[in-house]
Design a protein around this ligand. Structure first.
Ligand SMILES: [Zn+2]
Length: 101
């Protein structure tokens, strides 16, 4: 007997209040959806999209008014590269308090 499990993928969506547009300040939503936003650098927008708007340290979403830091997974002073595969986004408070090494 073949048991079929649901192949439906559990998806997490960025919570959006009301109607979001690229210019109403809901930049987290748009940059994570579209990978680009006029007020967000290409690097941050690309990383936001890759991380689906979620902090690499605490697993919570970035929200408006919550400063974002670009962290080097491997610090540059020990040879980490300045490239996308070595960057991750963290909340500033996570960046400041996290013990990564
Ligand atoms: Zn965090």
């Amino acid at each position: 007997m073949l048991i079929q499990y649901s192949s439906t993928e559990i998806k997490r969506y960025v919570k959006v209040k009301g109607v979001a547009s690229p210019y109403n300040g809901d930049w987290i939503y748009w940059s994570s959806k579209m990978g680009v936003h006029p007020e967000v650098s290409t690097r941050v927008a690309t990383l936001l999209k890759r991380q689906k708007g979620i902090c690499a340290h605490c697993g919570n979403y970035f929200t408006d008014g919550n400063p974002i830091e670009v962290d080097h997974v491997i610090p540059t002073f020990i040879g980490g590269r300045n490239s996308y595969d070595n960057w991750q986004l963290l909340h500033r408070h996570c960046h400041d308090t996290a013990d990564f090494r």
